[in-house]
Design a protein around this ligand. Structure first.
Ligand SMILES: *[C@@H]1O[C@H](CO)[C@@H](O)[C@H](O)[C@H]1NC(C)=O
Ligand SMILES: *[C@@H]1O[C@H](CO)[C@@H](O)[C@H](O)[C@H]1NC(C)=O
Length: 376
């Protein structure tokens, strides 16, 4: 074959392939946007270093999977008693302050939750702060007295502090209480919905500051909090561990219409070319999404396929219009096509995934599973 022709053929093949790739990308984009995502999440790190899924989220996910919950409203989060179809565990990105700038013998930690992971269309129903404290001493427990009482102060930061200025002036106390520090985690929860709503406005999120002060006056108890002790001076003393997350429940109203029941319909397996729902299992591995979707690994999506022949029987769930259309089609097949076999009843699924900020998100999606088809 002449080399030029070969080259032209190659070019054609390359163009065809790249066209298919483009098409696939478009389809992916379309599907992601129907999931309320502007792009495919690309969580950082590998499977091992990722944040584990909070057990409360797993419980909610499993509950949404079992048959009991299938009749409940997918736009209400019954665990928190609020409207919503998205539950995010927004990670704390604040630093442990090691400069000891503003308090003596205390531990200070910034808390920062990036609220721009919520899309503007979402309505925030609840933002609940969860802080866990624990302490793993390196020396045996009998040398230390358990548990230890600490005073905890939580401030909201109302404006950024300039260098050299007193940071206290830019803080407002949100809550103070005593907490117990022990090897088992103790946790506190706090409703911060209205504050988190303010944080959503660009340039309004300066976060929180958490201070821990020991109540006991024993010098060795204070040693734990001494300046520069963020690296243990002696192996006996390590800093207490503070883990914070913000549970944000929000509602995307575009993805929440009427109540829908999840069907327990088992699709018929009889071979037939008449319009009906056919089984289709979508494996997220096949579409290359296993790195950001935590669960499920796939789901029974199904699809509608088949003919809508004349006369349209009742079981085909046709509209009056479809019945007339089959009639016209039977008289003159070339002028009018048959009605289409389309989904007439769909049901929701729940998905657990990582977003771009490595937050774990549980989200309920409507219209993901075809239950029934009809001629339309
Ligand atoms: C918050 O998240 C958004 C979107 O992921 C990102 O563009 C932005 O830089 C983040 N802001 C901060 C302060 O981390
Ligand atoms: C039409 O609806 C009925 C129940 O309303 C259902 O049993 C049947 O399977 C549906 N037809 C098709 C083609 O799905």
């Amino acid at each position: 074959m002449c080399p030029l022709l070969l080259f032209a053929l190659c070019l054609l093949v390359v163009r065809a392939v790249s066209h298919v790739g483009e098409e696939k990308k478009n389809q992916e984009r379309l599907f992601l946007s129907s999931l309320g995502l502007s792009e495919r999440p690309r969580p950082s790190g590998n499977q091992q270093t990722r944040r584990h899924v909070p057990s409360a989220l797993w419980r909610m996910f499993r509950r949404s999977q079992n048959s009991q919950a299938q009749v409940s409203d997918p736009c209400t989060v019954s665990e928190y008693g609020v409207r919503g179809n998205i539950i995010r565990y927004v990670q704390d990105q604040g630093e442990l302050v090691s400069g000891w700038s503003s308090c003596q013998a205390c531990l200070e930690k910034q808390l920062f939750f990036n609220m721009s992971v919520l899309q503007p269309v979402e309505l925030l129903s609840l933002a609940q702060l969860e802080i866990k404290f624990y302490w793993q001493p390196l020396i045996s427990a009998e040398l230390l007295r358990w548990p230890r009482a600490l005073s905890m102060y939580l401030y909201k930061v109302i404006r950024p502090t300039l260098k050299g200025a007193n940071p206290q002036a830019n803080r407002r106390l949100v809550v103070s209480q005593s907490v117990w520090l022990q090897p088992e985690p103790t946790s506190i929860t706090l409703d911060l919905t209205s504050l988190a709503e303010k944080w959503r406005r660009p340039g309004h999120n300066y976060g929180l500051v958490l201070e821990l002060l020991p109540l006991g006056a024993h010098p060795e108890e204070l040693l734990l909090f001494h300046p520069g002790n963020s690296l243990p001076v002696e192996p006996a003393f390590t800093l207490p561990v503070i883990q914070a997350s913000l549970v944000a429940v929000s509602l995307n109203p575009h993805q929440c219409r009427s109540r829908q029941k999840r069907s327990t319909v088992h699709l018929p397996v009889t071979p037939s070319n008449v319009c009906k729902a056919r089984t289709l299992y979508i494996d997220f591995k096949d579409v290359g999404w296993q790195d950001w979707i935590i669960a499920p690994q796939g789901y029974m999506a199904n699809y509608c396929h088949g003919e809508c022949p004349f006369p349209l029987s009742e079981s085909l769930n046709g509209t009056n219009h479809a019945i007339l259309q089959t009639l016209v089609h039977s008289l003159d097949p070339h002028s009018t096509p048959q009605p289409c076999c389309v989904p007439v009843r769909l049901s929701p699924i729940s998905m657990l995934y990582y977003d771009n900020n490595d937050n774990v998100v549980l989200r309920h999606y409507q219209d993901m599973v075809v239950d029934e088809c009809g001629c339309r």
